[in-house]
Ligand binder design. Structure first.
Ligand SMILES: NC(=O)c1ccc[n+]([C@@H]2O[C@H](COP(=O)([O-])OP(=O)(O)OC[C@H]3O[C@@H](n4cnc5c(N)ncnc54)[C@H](O)[C@@H]3O)[C@@H](O)[C@H]2O)c1
Ligand SMILES: [Zn+2]
Length: 343
């Protein structure tokens, strides 16, 4: 077990790696802890969670809504949970986003921590303090920015993680390497997904590097004014694809990263040979590199994206592997590239 304490603004966040969920006792007595989780985790890990009070809700993105938040709050009130309690979200990004949100509004704020159980939540969703829910078709439009007290990494939960969720999480790891860390890029090039699935030491090293990288970015720019925007690499087109074709987030982001590489070649002098390396890495981790798409539908959704500035889109490009940059790009340039690279 190793603990790293990260600092964001005046907040300290403990990350406890290679830990066991029983180490929650270092943060509060079992009877002061309320676990929030989803129906899948609650049923598979019933035994491991039996020491605590548990509130669970139906798994899935469709349940990341205000109604779920209201149901949880009603249950907390019925349990007479007061401000001394500790809320712990055990689950994927849906659970961590909801837990942070509930904890920041219930009785005007409770302490909270996370035990992320997907790769995506471990390297991305649990970090950075963005909490919230979706409303109607709009993703993450209601929420707060508030940092958790701790993030506890218990890799034993990954034993039940479906293969497609492993693949999904690796899209964000590839993204991290592309925008900020050529050494990380080279090290994931040298491995396969199965290496990380079989070797906890290797996986923990990878997770820790990704956690450090995301904390570094968030610490520089908690409110997402500049550096934090780099984390949207692959996401502008990715979100539009995800919403149109109902494919997994990681798969959509992978395709979005390929489009962004091609745009970078013509707009920021990104080297073609580096696009080739990224495409190869995406394939190596079993993610798609393209999809036949209805360009007009995608463009419509890109225009609806919150990263828009007038007719231009605030887009994350690469200067080189490990170095990202923001550029305002006319929507017509994006349309031309989508037609060229997806037909
Ligand atoms: N707050 C942020 O900064 C941030 C960043 C990235 C993503 N997100 C959010 O994260 C969410 C996506 O996260 P996710 O991919 O973890 O989705 P998720 O929470 O829906 O989990 C994916 C699926 O895996 C199941 N699952 C989770 N852990 C499991 C385990 N150990 N064993 C078996 N099944 C398990 C879940 O029940 C679910 O069905 C989105 O809502 C996204 O908006 C937030
Ligand atoms: Zn993402």
């Amino acid at each position: 077990m190793t603990t790293h304490t990260y600092h964001i603004s005046n907040k300290k966040i403990d990350c406890i790696f290679q830990a066991s969920i029983s180490q929650l006792e270092n943060y509060a007595a079992d009877n002061a802890i309320v676990i929030l989780t989803d129906s899948k985790i609650a049923s598979v890990y019933h035994q491991q969670l039996s020491a605590y009070r548990v509130i669970s809700f139906e798994a899935g993105e469709a349940n990341k809504i205000q109604e779920t938040v209201d149901q949880i709050i009603l249950q907390l009130l019925e349990m007479e949970i007061d401000k001394d309690a500790l809320l712990v979200g055990v689950g994927g990004g849906v659970v961590t986003d909801i837990t942070g949100f509930v904890a920041s509004i219930y009785k005007r704020g409770l302490r909270f921590g996370f035990v992320p159980t997907t790769i995506l939540a471990m390297v991305d969703a649990a970090i950075g303090g963005k909490n919230g829910v979706n409303i109607g078709p709009y993703k993450n439009m209601i929420g707060t920015i508030l940092q958790p007290w701790f993030i506890l990494y218990d890799y034993s939960f990954l034993q039940s993680l479906p293969h497609e969720e492993w693949v999904n999480g690796f899209a964000e790891i590839i993204k991290h390497a592309c925008i900020k860390d050529p050494v990380l890029f080279a090290s994931i090039q040298q491995h396969q997904l199965s290496d990380y699935m079989q070797d906890t030491e290797l996986l923990s090293d990878l997770i820790q590097k990704n956690v450090a990288l995301k904390f570094e970015i968030v610490a520089l720019d908690e409110m997402e004014k500049n550096e934090r925007l780099h984390l949207n690499f692959g996401h502008t087109i990715g979100h539009a694809i995800e919403n149109t074709y109902q494919i997994k987030h990681g798969a959509a982001v992978a395709i979005g990263m390929v489009v962004a590489c091609h745009l970078s070649e013509s707009l920021s002098g990104f080297d073609l040979s580096q696009t080739v390396q990224i495409v190869q890495l995406i394939k190596q981790y079993q993610l798609p590199t393209g999809i036949e798409m209805d360009v007009d539908r995608i463009i419509k959704l890109v225009l609806a994206d919150k990263k828009r500035a007038g007719k231009d889109i605030r887009f994350v490009l690469l200067n080189s592997i490990g170095e990202a940059a923001i550029q305002l790009i006319p929507i017509e340039t994006i349309r031309t590239h989508l037609i060229e690279y997806t037909s």
